[in-house]
Design a protein around this ligand. Structure first.
Ligand SMILES: [Zn+2]
Length: 281
């Protein structure tokens, strides 16, 4: 997927390189809101010059790595931003900045949230410290190591010939349909999760799973693994309290769908494009 960070664009590191180098970027969260050098309304990370002059109280400053040769930091602080700055929640950057910059901001928010909730050992209560070589917190008393939290989940478009199975979550605005999704449980393979979730949510069996790609989704810490799967049997039965409606839609007559920034939309568009190509249109 072209909207991801490319492998050669970002180098994840735990400690900054010697000697500084080119200008840094600070993904700065002031009282939980992402600060921006709001140039012409387009959000922009805080750069060295701006960061130096900001009068905020730094709570956490964590090095993330190098993005296109630029050192990137996640910073949490409290205080007031001066005039000329803007702030928003992370969703305010979605679709408004270059996708790699959004994913870096999402990385920063997840790391800061993890640091904030792992100041103390979950086993013995001692104060944790930075691990020497890994991005991890370590307990000096009992040795427990805590890594950033990630929740893998599957997201799947079930297809049957020219049709795709889309569902409406009970909490969504009326008229919107999307793919099925669910979290991987301990002990499960991703394939097992997929079969289980599809059965739980809509009561059908699937076969021929095909992995298409993944997306980091930092609300709060999902890693979504995207699949196509072919219908293999059963009648649609919507899961009580979870799925308000589920039905088959022809590729050339889709309902209202999620925005283009979501992997669900990418899975749907990939199917629609393939069917269009197959039908000569
Ligand atoms: Zn401990």
């Amino acid at each position: 997927m072209g909207w991801q960070i490319q492998p050669d664009e970002f180098e994840s590191r735990v400690s900054p390189p010697e000697g500084g180098g080119s200008s840094a970027w600070y993904f700065l969260f002031v009282d939980g809101r992402l600060a921006s050098l709001a140039e012409r309304g387009i959000p922009q990370p805080i750069d060295d010059d701006a960061f130096r002059w900001l009068d905020v109280e730094i709570r956490e400053r964590h090095y993330l790595g190098q993005f296109r040769g630029r050192a990137c930091y996640a910073v949490s602080a409290s205080g007031t931003l001066p005039e000329g700055y803007a702030s928003s929640d992370l969703r305010g950057w979605l679709g408004r900045v270059e996708p790699p910059v959004f994913y870096l901001a999402g990385r920063a928010q997840q790391i800061l949230e993890w640091l904030d909730t792992h100041r103390y050992c979950g086993r013995c209560g001692s104060e944790t410290q930075a691990h020497g070589t890994d991005r991890a917190r370590e307990c000096p008393d009992c040795g427990l190591i805590a890594y950033p939290r990630l929740s893998p989940s599957i997201i799947v478009l079930v297809t049957r010939g020219d049709e795709m199975l889309l569902a409406r979550n009970a909490n969504w605005p009326a008229g919107f349909y999307s793919t099925l999704a669910g979290f991987v449980e301990p002990g499960e393979s991703v394939e097992q999760t997929l079969h289980r979730e599809v059965m739980e949510e809509v009561g059908v069996r699937v076969a021929n799973l095909r992995y298409l790609g993944s997306q980091s989704w930092p609300f709060p810490n999902s890693l979504m693994l995207g699949y196509h799967a072919e219908y293999a049997g059963g009648e649609i039965v919507c899961q009580d309290g979870e799925i308000a409606d589920a039905r088959w839609f022809r590729f050339d007559d889709p309902p209202n769908m999620p925005p283009g920034t979501a992997i669900s939309r990418w899975l749907i568009d990939a199917f629609i494009d393939a069917r269009k190509a197959a039908s000569g249109g």
